[in-house]
Design a protein around this ligand. Structure first.
Ligand code: BES
Ligand code: MN
Ligand code: ZN
Length: 501
């Protein structure tokens, strides 16, 4: 889909060439004598357009020269959430008219958050999964024109939003592909494709490389499958080499049967989504390649299947991780932490500024937080706060969970340095405590996206989360670093001028 930003008043919007025109109206007085403004004011006054966010009024040929379909949509307080509801509802209302070109115009002054929300909502509403269907037809919407009062001032936010939408779409696409169309090998090819972008490099390790590195936990999970594992290393270098990167680690279980500790049959198909952490890392790199921000980011994806087979690991087996720590596998269905622990150890070699892992890790996190917020775990308050803030700003929210050492009690083992599961209580936290044992050397955060990465039921499909959160975090910290650099240059310069005087 193609997005465009333009300075557009309501009077000019009425004559904009489009198949459908959506007018976003926040609460409050709407005054003016232009036909479209008057229409909006009248609808409000008559009570035909309640000011609750997401309420819409569809009109057919209401004005001479205006698009055939015009939808007035209330955006409530006009903040990001309201704009999102309004755009979603309005695009739903124009669907049957199959518009190719849609103009979305803000009736009042638009801000950055509003523009971001409008772009992301439009992209979200228009995404259709087609890859493994025989349908050729995607959503008819080809072009979306965003009309605002001051396009110049909102250009940067708009560009970021469009790139984020592209990254989210990429993550959705890979999340949605069934496991036989998204094996570790195919996933690695997708990652290699991203390296066509400037400043992005990709390296793919295979079984022998992983064994040589000593990744016994990752290799152990993979050994039950005839699909070979892959360890994907992505590198985005947008800043000086000397600048420490943020490392993103994405769980890439392309299918999780549970292994010998087999899962129940009902809804097992949804375990094709067990690589959504990996997909979110790919989505972030898609957007980084497009935006080319001044930061360094490494992406690590351990990818394999968790299968039940003659060669598969068994409950009680002990695996040796790359860190040297040994793990008693009490449940082969707790495989995510086994592949992640070796990737976390691998992350150390980048001397990272921070390491963030993203994983559909526990059913317990779905019970705790549902599909609204991802679980956030971190022993670094500054990192946790930055991620929480990025989540709020991008409407891709998370909630911080505890990491008290008492929660690690249940991970004790008589036969290894630790077990891979504790009791049923606080399952999302004990999983995080397991991962934490591999993060002593750097600042670390863990996002459990088991509840947020995909939707079940009639709307079954990947959400592309938390690409929005991660990108916002990365762009915020890149801007912060640049600010700090400029400040230090300024300081040096003023020191120099002082000493000269
Ligand atoms: N991929 C699952 C987690 C999951 C389950 C995500 C359901 C979304 C919905 C993970 O590998 C898993 O199976 N975890 C187990 C851990 C348990 C054995 C300690 C779980 O949550 O049941
Ligand atoms: Mn599992
Ligand atoms: Zn899993």
């Amino acid at each position: 889909m193609d997005f465009q930003l333009k300075t557009l008043t309501l009077s000019r919007a009425a004559t904009e060439k489009a198949d459908a025109l959506i007018v976003l109206a926040a609460d409050g007085a709407i005054a003016g004598q232009e036909p479209l403004t008057k229409l909006l004011a009248d609808a409000r006054k008559a009570g035909d357009l309640p000011d609750k966010a997401g309420k819409v009024l569809s009109l057919y040929k209401p004005l001479v020269g205006a698009p055939r379909t015009v939808v007035l949509a209330s955006s409530g307080d006009g903040k990001a959430g309201g704009v999102r509801s309004a755009v979603m509802a309005a695009l739903g209302a124009v669907k049957s008219a199959k518009p190719a070109r849609v103009a979305i115009v803000f009736a009042q002054a638009a801000d950055e958050a509003g523009v971001r929300a409008a772009v992301l909502a439009a992209s979200d509403a228009c995404y259709v999964y087609l890859t493994t269907t025989s349908k050729a037809e995607a959503n008819p919407v080809r072009n979306v024109l965003l009309g605002v009062d001051d396009a110049g001032a909102l250009k940067a936010a708009f560009g970021e939003a469009v790139a984020t939408a592209g990254g989210i779409e990429f993550a959705k696409e890979w999340g949605n592909r069934p496991a036989n169309h998204c094996t570790p090998t195919i996933l690695a090819q997708a990652a290699r494709g991203l390296a066509r972008q400037a400043k992005v490099k990709c390296e793919v390790l295979e079984h022998k490389d992983v064994v040589k590195l000593g990744m016994g936990a990752f290799a152990g999970v993979a050994q039950g499958s005839s699909e070979p594992l892959r360890f994907i290393v992505l590198n985005y270098q947008g800043a000086a080499k000397s600048e420490a990167p943020v490392v993103l680690v994405g769980k890439g279980i392309t299918f999780d049967t549970g292994g010998v500790s087999l899962k129940p049959a009902a809804e097992m198909d949804e375990m094709k989504f067990d690589m959504c952490g990996a997909a979110s890392v790919l989505g972030v790199f898609h957007a980084l390649g497009e935006l080319q921000p001044a930061c360094n980011v490494v992406g690590l994806i351990p990818a394999c299947e968790n299968m039940n087979d003659g060669k598969a690991i068994k409950p009680g087996d002990v695996l040796k991780s790359m860190s040297g720590q040994t793990i008693e596998v009490l449940n082969t269905d707790a495989e995510g932490r086994l592949i992640l622990c070796d990737a976390l150890t691998y992350a150390k070699r980048f001397s990272p500024a921070a390491v963030i892992d993203i994983a559909t890790l526990t059913g317990a996190c779905v019970i705790a937080l549902g599909g609204v917020r991802s679980g956030l775990f971190s022993s670094d308050d500054a990192l946790a706060n930055a991620l929480q803030e990025a989540g709020e700003a991008s409407m891709d929210r998370c909630w911080r969970m505890p990491l008290d050492d008492d929660y690690a009690e249940g991970l004790k083992s008589n036969f290894a340095d630790m077990a891979n599961i504790a009791g049923r209580a606080a399952g999302a936290v004990t999983a995080a405590k397991f991962l934490q044992k591999f993060t002593a050397d750097f600042s670390w955060a863990h996002l459990d996206i088991a509840g947020t990465a995909w939707k079940s039921g009639a709307a079954k499909g990947s959400t592309g989360r938390p690409v929005g959160l991660l990108l916002t975090y990365l762009l915020n910290s890149a801007a912060g670093a640049q600010g700090a650099e400029k400040a230090s240059v300024r300081k040096k310069a003023s020191r120099k001028s002082r000493s000269a005087a």
